[in-house]
Design a protein around this ligand. Structure first.
Ligand code: HEC
Length: 225
C-alpha cells in the first residue's frame, strides 16, 4: 500500500517535470516531437523519383534521384492503347498540318467518323454550351456575351457566312484555331468531343435542324458511348 502511494507520488513528480520541460521558452518551438513523420510528411513533388529516399535524407541521394524521372515521356510516335476498338481511331495522329493548304485539304477530304444523329447532336450541344456559346452565342449567330462586350471580333454566324463551311474545316479550325480570336481547342476537347461539337455546329448551320445527311444510325451512336 505504502509502496503504491510512493510509486504514484514519484510518477506524479516525473509527469510534472515532463510537463514543465515540455514547454520550452521558445513559443514557436514544437518541443520534442514524438513521431515526426506525423508532423512532417515528405513534400514529394510530381515527376521526381525519390526512390528509396522519400524523407530526403541526403542531398546527394536526392540529386541522383532527381536525375531519374519516374514519369518518363512516351517514346516519340507512341499511340495510346484503347481497349474499346471504336475509340482507337481517335488515338491516331491528326494527319493535317496547321497550314492554309492543309486547311483546304481537310475541308475536302476529312469526314466525321461518327454518323450524325440526334444523340450526337445532343452531346455536341452540351460541349458547345460549355466551350463555345460565350463567344458564338446560343444559336451560333456570333453574338455571345464575350463578343458583345467588345472584347472579341464577332465570328460569322453559322447559318450565315459560315453556312457552307464543311465539317473537315470545322474540325481543323477546332484543332488548330482560326486566326487570332478563335483558339485551338485541342487541349480542352479530345477528337471525339471535337467531332461531337462539330455535329452541333452543323446543326446550327442548318438553322437548328438535323441536316439532310443525318440519319438514325444507331451503330454510330453506340460507338460514341
Ligand atoms: C474566345 C471566343 C471563341 C470561342 C471560345 C470559340 N470561338 Fe469559334 N470563333 C471565334 C472567332 C472570333 C472566330 C472567327 C475567326 C476568324 O475567322 O478570324 C471563330 C471561328 C469559328 C469557326 C469558323 C472557322 C473557320 O474555319 O472559318 C468555327 C467552326 C468555330 N469558331 C467553332 C467554334 C466551336 C465549336 C467552339 C467551341 C468548342 C468555338 N468556336 C469557341 C471565337 C471563339
Amino acid at each position: 500500500m505504502l509502496s503504491t502511494m510512493r510509486t504514484a507520488k514519484t510518477l506524479t513528480t516525473l509527469l510534472g517535470i515532463a510537463m514543465l520541460t515540455a514547454c520550452g521558452s521558445d513559443p514557436n518551438s514544437p518541443g520534442v516531437e514524438y513521431m515526426p513523420d506525423m508532423y512532417r510528411s515528405p513534400a514529394v513533388e510530381a515527376y521526381v523519383d525519390y526512390g528509396q529516399d522519400p524523407y530526403h535524407r541526403s542531398e546527394e541521394l536526392a540529386q541522383e534521384q532527381r536525375n531519374r524521372p519516374s514519369a518518363r515521356k512516351p517514346v516519340p510516335g507512341t499511340i495510346a492503347f484503347s481497349a474499346d476498338a471504336s475509340k482507337a481511331q481517335f488515338n491516331m495522329p491528326y494527319p493535317y498540318a496547321n497550314t492554309p493548304e492543309d486547311y483546304e485539304r481537310a475541308g475536302i477530304e476529312l469526314k466525321s467518323p461518327i454518323a450524325m444523329t440526334e444523340a450526337t447532336v445532343e452531346k455536341g450541344k452540351v460541349i458547345y454550351e460549355k466551350f463555345c456559346m460565350h463567344c458564338h452565342g446560343a444559336n451560333g449567330a456570333g453574338d455571345g456575351p464575350v463578343v458583345n462586350n467588345g472584347k472579341y471580333p464577332p465570328p460569322g454566324a453559322y447559318n450565315g457566312p459560315l453556312k457552307d463551311l464543311p465539317e473537315g474545316k470545322i474540325f481543323h479550325s477546332l484543332t488548330y484555331g482560326k486566326n487570332v480570336a478563335m483558339g485551338s481547342h485541342a487541349s480542352q476537347l479530345n477528337k471525339e468531343e471535337r467531332w461531337l461539337v462539330t455535329h452541333y455546329v452543323q446543326y446550327l448551320q442548318n438553322g437548328g435542324k438535323m441536316t439532310r445527311e443525318a440519319s438514325a444510325d444507331t451503330t454510330a451512336t453506340a460507338a460514341t458511348n
